[in-house]
Ligand binder design. Structure first.
Ligand SMILES: C[S@@+](CC[C@H](N)C(=O)[O-])C[C@H]1O[C@@H](n2cnc3c(N)ncnc32)[C@H](O)[C@@H]1O
Length: 223
C-alpha cells in the first residue's frame, strides 16, 4: 500500500524560501524517473568514501536483514553476516535496478515494492533493519521510523546511515541555500536535523557518529 500522506505538516525552508513538500506519489515518480541513471551515483559514493561507511556500519547487519528504501541496492555488497536479506523500495524502477545489482552479485535478496511508512511485514520479523541515505526523502519520516521499530525484533538493531544538516556553520549555510534545488531534483531534505527527527519519533540512538564535515551520521538504535 502506498501512503498518500504529505510530509509532517511543516513546509521545509531554504533561507527565506518555503519548499512545498512532495507527497509519497510524487516522490515515487521522481525516483522512477531517476532510476536509470542512479547507479552513476555509485561513483560519487566511492569518491566521498560513503561505500566505506556502508561497509563499516551497514555491513555489521546480521541475521534476517531488512534494507528499507534500498534504491539500486548499493548496500548489497556489504551484507557479510546476514542469514537472509529482504529489501523494500517505493519505486518499482529502483527495484528493477536493485534486481540487476543482486543478479550481478549472485546473492539472494528478496525484493519488494512497498512503502516505508506502512511496511508490508509483520511485527518482530527482522534481526537487523538498515536504511541508508533515504529517510531524508520520506514524507512521513516519523511513521517510517516507527515502522522500522515495529518490524525489528526486541534486542535486534536498527542501523541508519543518514545525512543531514552539518554541524559546521558554513557547510550548513550552503545546505540551506541549496535546499530548493536539491529537493526539486531528488526529494531530499538535505538540511534536515536527523537527531531532532529521531527525537520526534521517540527514538534514542545508542550511538551516533558524525563524519563528512558533520553531514553524515552512523546511527545505531536498539530494537
Ligand atoms: C537517495 S535514494 C537512496 C537509496 C539507497 N538506500 C542508497 O543508499 O543508495 C532514496 C530511496 O528512497 C526511496 N524511498 C523514498 N520514499 C520511500 C518510501 N516512502 N518507502 C520506501 N522507499 C522510499 C526512493 O525510491 C529511493 O530509492
Amino acid at each position: 500500500m502506498i501512503s498518500s500522506r504529505k510530509a509532517n505538516s511543516v513546509p521545509y525552508t531554504a533561507g527565506k524560501a518555503v519548499i512545498e513538500p512532495m507527497d509519497t506519489q510524487q516522490v515515487r515518480r521522481r525516483y522512477d524517473e531517476m532510476a536509470d541513471n542512479w547507479r552513476l551515483l555509485g561513483i560519487v559514493d566511492s569518491l566521498m568514501l560513503i561505500n566505506r561507511l556502508r561497509k563499516k556500519h551497514i555491513g555489521t547487519a546480521s541475521g534476517a536483514v531488512l534494507d528499507v528504501a534500498c534504491g539500486t541496492g548499493e548496500n548489497f555488497p556489504y551484507f557479510r553476516y546476514s542469514s537472509s536479506i529482504t529489501a523494500v523500495d517505493l519505486s518499482a524502477e529502483m527495484i528493477d535496478e536493485a534486481r540487476r545489482r543482486r543478479d550481478q552479485l549472485g546473492i539472494a535478496v528478496d525484493l519488494v515494492v512497498g512503502d516505508a511508512q506502512a511496511l508490508p511485514f509483520g511485527d518482530d520479523t527482522f534481526d537487523t533493519v538498515v536504511s541508508a541515505l533515504s529517510t531524508c526523502t520520506i514524507p512521513d519520516y516519523v511513521s517510517a521510523f516507527h515502522e522500522m521499530t515495529r518490524v525489528v525484533r526486541r534486542g535486534g538493531r536498527i542501523l541508519l546511515l543518514e545525512h543531514g544538516r552539518s554541524s559546521v556553520g558554513w557547510v550548513a549555510r550552503r545546505q540551506d541555500h541549496h535546499l530548493d534545488r536539491v529537493y526539486a531534483r531528488s526529494a531530499c531534505r538535505n538540511n534536515r536535523d536527523v537527531g531532532a527527527e529521531l527525537t520526534e519519533a521517540g527514538l534514542a540512538p545508542v550511538s551516533s557518529v558524525r563524519s563528512h564535515l558533520g553531514t553524515v551520521n552512523r546511527i545505531t538504535i536498539q530494537g
